[in-house]
Design a protein around this ligand. Structure first.
Ligand SMILES: Cc1cc2nc3c(=O)[nH]c(=O)nc-3n(C[C@H](O)[C@H](O)[C@H](O)COP(=O)(O)OP(=O)(O)OC[C@H]3O[C@@H](n4cnc5c(N)ncnc54)[C@H](O)[C@@H]3O)c2cc1C
Length: 421
């Protein structure tokens, strides 16, 4: 299933959704369902799947994750669970309805520790799960070794609700199966956004030419890039994180590896390493963060990352020294200083959801859907949940202090988690 070839964009749409990551994909689909008579433009700067949504590790996480686990508030944790599980169910339904082949696999997720610090975090995770009545099982080092092929982890909690998938295939499948009243325009960066009383005007580069389109209502699903549109200025830091993947292991290498196929592990210590074995025998590793004030990484930075990933890989799989990475890449996420996500109306007829703090497959999907519902005047208990768990990201100092501050915090986190990297 592909994406329909571009046709010349009409100059007026009832709705414009900017950004076709998981947030924008969900927003455009829901707008179309709720407003079948309306025209909707879904505009993406890059080819679909090239942004963070297509470049992530492919975990659709149902549970409160990372910073959300710092909360003792049962109501908040339960709201996050309801939101994420709804996102997961929505995505599953779309993959089934549109036969999106994206290696969708309901294998759950491991949250694993390598040392005392990780074990303490894992205990906090188990407490949070108890608080919201989510069942889990515990795997010791031996059980983990036979599943993951590495004896580096001391223990892990397995929860069964999460899903693993191939993110670029899912993003492309979703974009390629939009309702008829959605026009998907990828490779079209919005280069100017001007707000008006009756409609907003967006200038975009369309097939190398500048074009203007107008719409009374705009949904900005641009995550880390939102400040470029004049909103959430100095409230979000663009942060890049990196992943590497091997080629498929040969039969001989599979024997040396000694583990199973199709599992995913996130670190109990949030600064640690995400690890995954795909259905087609590839090992994926994700770690390292950096401030990305210019939304990218330099070649020499990538070279360093490859070496760091290699070290993380060999610490886990010394027996696979001959297996090369075939790809190393980075993707931009939006992080807030107080770990708060934003959801809501930012101006007359402009809505935004940003800053999913690195776990945006589920959170982006549900926030996109709920943004479309809120903008269409539809309220629900899920929308109340979303409002409850969102807030105002804290103000950051301007650059260069922001870059210095973020880098210092990331370095501290990396140092604290150094054994888990
Ligand atoms: C290596 C890596 C691994 C990760 N692993 C996971 C994981 O396993 N599970 C998980 O839940 N999360 C993971 N994340 C985080 C996750 O990818 C993000 O939280 C998620 O992509 C957020 O979705 P989004 O749609 O809100 O934003 P994005 O995916 O960033 O989408 C925003 C889109 O807006 C577009 N845009 C911006 N400006 C413009 C403009 N001017 N004109 C047109 N378009 C514009 C961008 O090109 C982009 O495609 C990972 C991230 C990375 C980088």
């Amino acid at each position: 299933m592909g994406i329909a070839p571009h046709t010349n964009p009409a100059s007026k749409f009832d709705w414009v959704v900017v950004g076709a990551g998981f947030t924008g994909l969900a927003a455009a689909r829901r707008l179309a369902e709720l407003n079948p008579e309306h025209s909707i433009a879904l505009i993406e700067a890059m080819p679909i799947g090239w942004g963070a949504s297509g470049r992530n590790s492919g975990f659709v996480i149902d549970l409160p994750h990372k910073f959300d686990l710092d909360s003792d508030d049962k109501e908040r944790l339960s709201a996050i669970l309801r939101l994420n599980t709804t996102a997961l169910a929505d995505l599953e339904q779309h993959t089934q309805n549109h036969q999106i082949e994206c290696e969708w696999s309901k294998v759950g997720k491991l949250q694993a520790a390598m040392n005392e610090r990780g074990t303490a975090k894992m205990q906090g995770f188990m407490k949070a799960l108890d608080r919201i009545n989510v069942p889990y099982s515990f795997l010791d080092r031996d059980a983990l070794r036979s599943m993951t092929g590495t004896g580096i982890y001391t223990g892990a909690v397995h929860t069964s609700g999460g899903v693993l998938m191939n993110p670029v295939k899912l993003a492309r499948g979703l974009a390629g199966s939009m309702p008829e009243n959605v026009q998907v325009m990828d490779g079209c960066p919005v280069i100017n956004f001007s707000r008006g009383d009756d409609f907003n005007t967006l200038t975009l580069r369309y097939q190398g030419v500048s074009t203007q389109i107008q719409s009374p209502k705009t949904l900005l699903c641009t995550n880390a890039f939102t400040s470029e549109f004049g909103f959430l200025k100095n409230r979000m830091a663009p942060v890049i994180t990196f992943a590497s993947i091997t080629r498929p292991l040969t039969n001989e290498e599979m024997t040396a590896y000694g583990g199973e196929l199709d599992w995913g592990l996130t670190p109990a210590d949030p600064g640690g390493t995400t690890l995954r074995m795909t259905q087609d025998r590839r090992l994926l590793i994700r770690n390292q963060y950096d401030y990305a004030g210019n939304y990218g990484a330099k070649d020499e930075q990538l070279e360093k990352i490859v070496l760091q990933h290699r070290a993380s890989f060999l610490a886990r799989y010394p027996q696979l020294e001959a297996v090369p990475f075939v790809s190393t890449w980075g993707g931009i996420c939006g992080l807030s200083r107080n770990h708060v996500s934003f959801f809501g109306q930012v101006a007359n007829n402009v809505w935004n959801s940003s800053c999913h703090n690195g776990v945006g497959v589920a959170r982006g999907t549900i926030s996109g859907r709920l943004m479309a519902e809120a903008a269409s005047g539809q309220r629900s208990s899920l929308l109340e949940d979303m409002e409850k768990v969102s807030g105002q990201p804290a103000l950051n100092p301007p650059d260069p202090f922001l870059g210095l501050g973020v880098r210092t915090r990331l370095k501290l986190a990396a140092w604290q988690s150094r054994e888990e990297v």
